[in-house]
Design a protein around this ligand. Structure first.
Ligand code: DGL
Length: 255
């Protein structure tokens, strides 16, 4: 079987990594829209249009299931994608919410891009279960990750800048509501001391249990709309060296 995954950039590779660990034989096609990252400060209409274009590219690769490995796209475009496509579509918000609910004692923090937080997707889903929700947009985290600055002084200071208020209100569980953020997990966990940190990528992989069979050749094809400066370094950081030869195309969008 073939699963298609897309994200605005490299962040969705954290989801790919979890899916690959759970389904070693699955064929996976990944598209990172590196020419247009970030999606997190765009309007809903633009996020929906970009998402439809990414999905269209993957559907042409004959995928059986689509994983939207971007919280921003999941927050705005999931309904449209589910309506327009004739294959199952899995987003990242609901698996993250389910995981957090299974861990929390009642005070959940959620961090994400400005667009994800503005959409209220996590807040609405969590409040339905009566937990207290504290949301915070962290717009500098994505450029930090895309620059490969995932450890060290600069990362620590920016993490403190955004997360101090969540630490002060005493959240017991923190959802990383952006697929780039697991790369900052070490710094975030150290700063948040004792708070449970939810990286929804494993929950997303589990969500596929009822949708895919682990059959195929275990191929990983990676497509990017721009071969940006740090691309190979970031792929290596997330997936290791072995997949680098599988970067098969670039520049698929007109703009
Ligand atoms: N990885 C995307 C997400 O999960 C965010 C990056 C962006 O702003 O494009 O929301």
């Amino acid at each position: 079987m073939r699963v298609g995954i897309f994200d605005s950039g490299v962040g969705g590779l954290t989801v790919l990594r979890s899916i690959r660990e759970r389904f070693p034989s699955l064929d996976i096609v990944y598209l990172g829209d590196t020419a247009r990252v970030p999606y997190g400060n765009r309007s809903p209409d633009t996020v929906i249009r970009y998402s439809l274009e990414c999905a269209g590219f993957l559907v042409e690769k004959e995928i059986d299931v689509l994983v939207v490995a971007c919280n921003t796209a999941s927050s705005y475009a999931l309904d449209t994608l589910s309506r327009e496509l004739f294959i199952p579509v899995v987003g990242v918000v609901s698996p993250g919410v389910k995981t957090a609910l299974s861990m929390t004692s009642g005070r959940v923090g959620v961090i994400g891009t400005s667009a994800t937080i503005r959409s209220g997707s996590y807040q609405k889903a969590l409040k339905r279960y009566g937990v207290d929700v504290f949301a915070k947009a962290c717009p500098l985290f994505v450029p930090l990750v895309e620059e490969g600055l995932v450890e060290g002084d600069i990362a620590e200071r920016i993490v403190e800048l955004y997360l101090k208020e969540l630490k002060d209100v005493g959240v017991d569980t923190l959802i990383l509501g952006c697929t780039h953020y697991p790369l900052l997990k070490g710094v975030i966990e150290r700063f948040m001391e004792g708070t449970k940190v939810v990286d929804s990528s494993e929950a997303v992989a589990r969500e596929l249990d009822n949708l895919v069979t682990d059959t195929g050749e275990g191929r990983t094809e990676l497509y990017f709309t721009d071969r940006s400066q740090n691309l190979e370094r970031l792929i290596e950081l997330i997936l290791g060296k072995a997949v680098l030869p599988n970067i098969v195309s670039e520049g698929i969008h007109k703009g």
